[in-house]
Design a protein around this ligand. Structure first.
Ligand SMILES: Nc1ncnc2c1ncn2[C@@H]1O[C@H](COP(=O)(O)OP(=O)(O)O)[C@@H](O)[C@H]1O
Ligand SMILES: [Mg+2]
Length: 221
């Protein structure tokens, strides 16, 4: 499902330093994995490789059965659409309502208006935002914005979901709520990867973990 083989990453603007080095791991289909490590360890970089915004400087990655380096450029968007991303800073579109933010991936796919209405309404209900459909993102609390970002990431039913510090800016109650949604997605069969610098979170939901430090993997399991 997700395989890294000898992966290293060197940012062009990074002065030649390796952000990631010697990463080897396999995340099975349908797994839930914590991506742990302190700030600067390389978590966001690993997720960037997984959702195909970054390419390894060395080594190979395989995502959903494809090596993106071996894929014709024209096929990359289709592969990306099967990967849901929850960015650390949400990246909601401020001029669109909550409803339209979630609807956007379906509009891009040309889904009919009737099906779109039904799917987005159901998704907003699932994340507990049915009453907030017409609100602008700025009018939502941090926890609500995070759940909206999650709704947008999964509306197109991705096979792989990667979430970057999805509880980082939330209080304990909101964090637990977001985490329970991620767990439910996992139960429904989605492969889920959650990056966090928190040690408390994985204790609440024990699952296999990749632990990064200084761009290297400490242990897997
Ligand atoms: N766009 C970039 N350009 C140069 N260096 C970067 C860039 N993004 C991240 N880095 C460096 O890569 C390392 C890992 O960063 P990151 O993946 O953001 O870690 P984390 O998400 O665990 O905090 C850090 O040393 C960081 O400074
Ligand atoms: Mg990060």
């Amino acid at each position: 499902m997700v395989r890294f083989s000898g992966v290293g990453l060197c940012y062009p603007e990074g002065g030649g330093a390796w952000a990631l080095q010697g990463l080897d791991f396999l995340l099975p289909e349908g797994s839930f994995t914590w991506l742990l490590g302190p700030s600067g360890a390389g978590k966001t970089s690993v997720l960037g490789l997984m959702h195909l915004r970054l390419r390894p400087s060395i080594g190979r990655i395989e995502v959903l059965g494809h090596d993106p380096a071996g894929l014709p450029r024209a096929q990359l968007p289709a592969l990306r659409r099967r990967i849901g991303v929850v960015f650390q800073d949400y990246r909601l579109l401020p001029h669109l309502s909550a409803f339209e933010n979630v609807a956007l991936p379906l509009r891009i796919q040309g889904v009919t208006e009737a099906r779109l209405r039904a799917d987005v309404t159901e998704m907003l209900r699932w994340v507990g935002l049915a009453e907030r459909a017409e609100a602008a993102p700025a009018a939502l609390s941090g926890g609500e914005q995070q759940r909206l970002a999650l709704a947008r990431a999964v509306i197109a039913r991705p096979a792989l979901l990667v979430a970057d510090e999805p509880t980082g800016n939330l209080d304990a109650t909101q964090a637990r709520r977001v985490l329970s949604l991620l767990r439910e997605l996992h139960r429904l069969g989605t492969t889920v990867v959650v990056a966090t610098h928190s040690e408390a979170l994985p204790e609440e939901y024990p699952a296999p973990a990749l632990r990064l430090e200084g761009g290297r993997l400490l242990r897997h399991g």
